[in-house]
Design a protein around this ligand. Sequence first.
Ligand SMILES: *Cc1c(COP(=O)(O)O)cnc(C)c1O
Length: 384
Amino acid sequence: MIYLDYAATTPVDQRVLDAMLPYFRENFGNPSSVHRLGQKAETAVESAREKVAAILHCRADEIIFTSCGSESDNLALRGAAMAKRIASSRKWILTSKAEHHAVSKTAVQLEKEYGFLLEWLDLDEHGAVTIESLSKAVCNDTALASVMYANNEIGTINPIPDLAEIAKANNILFHTDAVQAAAYMDVNVEKLGVDLMSLGGHKFYGPKGVGALYVRKGTNLLPHMTGGGQEFGLRAGTQNVPYIVGFAEALHLAAEERESRTGHVKPLRDHIIGQVLETIPDSRLTGHPENRLPNHASFVFKDVDGNLLLQMLDSAGFACSSGSACKTGNPEPSEVITSLGYSRDWALGSLRITLGVDSSPEQVDEFLKVLPALVEKARGLNRK
Ligand SMILES: *Cc1c(COP(=O)(O)O)cnc(C)c1O
């Protein structure tokens, strides 16, 4: 099997696993315990927090460990919206239809069930939120804006520092979902200017089931998990010590090896884009042509059933995706692709290829050898 789906998840780096293992059995203590075994676990969690803070250029007490990227998004949106409601009458939430469902469905719930008002920000033809679209939407009553750093389905990178600046000038909290971006982009929160930022471990060779939320000092959140006072009272529950250790090590390695990882995947990615557009008729690149994640290639093919194409690729030995992994098996076109303006006959034929540290030129060549014929075959079946 040739794995071309690193945006869905990545394998745990051996060095990350080695860092985690001692915290399952030898050092299994509860970080909240007073005794030495507990203190050892607490030290591990606090070192991990400092390691993450150093990469984000923030204070250690601005990092909240969570159970995943989705939880970080939920805590950011629901926590900030609820805290705003307590402190002021600001009711509007601004976000876009290109967001991961962990953001967009949370925003919809806040509108439907909790009385907030929701405005979808306009997207440009590459699926980016522009300075103009945010400027146009902000008002005195805006509580919060949430715009993802880089899109998981189409790879487009948003101009976060510019957007955060507009939010700041209007006294609006700004959240970014950096779950996909953190594998390749600088996550320095001072440069980004964000108040809240979500991260998830398994997108950068860390374990699944662990994430973090950056919460700028002075930003009020209503905790969505109440109980013991863990994570500065914002997220109750005994910390998942080995996974937190793994998360920090994986983020550290991602930051340290960012240039070499980018240098490895980018030429392979560019080769895929060039070849696919050249050899496959009625094919289009989705997302921004340059301003996109370096490991990310995404396309639409006219009159192709994207899910059928994925199955055919799977049978041929290639693991790809048609967008976000959670949507596989869903016959409706992706909202992200539709919001780019593609009609149904194009939008249903989406394909996402995402590369990683173990991707090789040989794998890419093998993939490019089989893809054109499979697209033609899927197209033929579509006409029947
Ligand atoms: C994967 C992903 C998430 C969800 O992260 P989990 O850790 O799987 O919950 C959220 N946002 C984006 C952009 C993602 O790519």
